[in-house]
Design a binder for this molecule. Structure first.
Ligand SMILES: Nc1nc2c(ncn2[C@@H]2O[C@H](COP(=O)(O)OP(=O)(O)OP(=O)(O)O)[C@@H](O)[C@H]2O)c(=O)[nH]1
Ligand SMILES: [Mg+2]
Length: 250
């Protein structure tokens, strides 16, 4: 089994060297490559990654400008040479030591998710407000995309997926939550979850903005349109409107 670790980066120059060393240590018994998809970070992340590629199995791809996390992951998939793809953030909030656990789980599953919401997992790196938003977003994903009901953490950005699950599947890659689209459209039968602690960010700044909330809603609408599950929230809304009208006319 060859593993491709796909890491989207934007201004992560302090994190990349630490991350790569930790991945190398955690995966010393595996055949793996690291695919960095950088969006022309002004802080020189791509150059730092390129230097590290002299010592570690890294390939660096630089896109012209900041085009979003979801499309960066899809771009990484298109360049990956492994049979299993692992997706993770560069900012050390996803501990690389969990990767072997995901690779163990993927032996008997098509997708293995590092989860904050199964027993033993924790969302330490999320503030109170972010936790509320995360649970709200999770509820919406269950409503719009019923296939996500199979997992506790469909919003996770840290997961492993077999190549054939996403191969030749048309994805949009809107916003941050690419896993939701993979769960909705991917060719999978079995999904597994392994607990992990989502750590607080140590270096660099978050790229998450309010725009990502709009992007997420857009993603749910488009993906549920593609998979025809949009009928569920629409039916619920129509049901609620009819119930209110009946109550008013009563
Ligand atoms: N290539 C690329 N990478 C991105 C883009 N936006 C974010 N990233 C990377 O995606 C990963 C997740 O971004 P973060 O800003 O840490 O998002 P987050 O972890 O949900 O939010 P925080 O908890 O606030 O850090 C990091 O490795 C970022 O560098 C983008 O537009 N292009
Ligand atoms: Mg982060």
């Amino acid at each position: 089994m060859k593993v491709s670790i796909v890491i989207p980066t934007y201004n992560e120059k302090e994190n990349i060297p630490i991350l790569v060393k930790r991945i190398a240590k955690a995966l010393k018994n595996y055949d793996y490559e690291i695919i960095i998809v950088d969006d022309n970070s002004p802080d020189g992340t791509a150059e730092v990654a390129q230097e590290l590629s002299e010592k570690y199995p890294i390939r660096v791809f630089v896109r012209e400008k900041k085009l979003g996390l979801g499309t960066a992951v899809l771009y990484g998939f298109s360049k990956a040479q492994g049979d299993v793809f692992v997706v993770m953030d560069a900012d050390l909030q996803h501990p690389p030591e969990i990767i072997p656990k995901l690779l163990e789980k993927i032996k008997t599953a098509d997708i293995a998710i590092a989860s904050r919401y199964v027993k033993g997992g924790q969302a330490k790196g999320l503030s109170g407000m972010r936790k509320v938003i995360s649970h709200g977003a999770r509820f919406l994903s269950y409503l719009f995309i019923p296939r996500t009901l199979k997992v506790k953490d469909p919003m996770s950005g840290f997961f492993a997926v077999k190549k054939e699950v996403v191969e030749n599947v048309k994805m949009r890659g809107i916003g941050y939550k690419i896993l939701v689209e993979i769960l909705a459209k991917g060719k999978w039968k079995k999904v597994a979850e392994a607990p992990f602690v989502f750590e607080p960010r140590k270096y660099g700044a978050s790229k998450l903005s309010k725009k990502e909330i709009t992007n997420y809603l857009k993603q749910l609408l488009f993906v549920s349109w593609d998979t025809k599950t949009i009928i569920i929230p629409i039916s619920i809304c129509i049901g609620i409107i009819i119930a209110i009208l009946l109550l008013l006319l009563w």
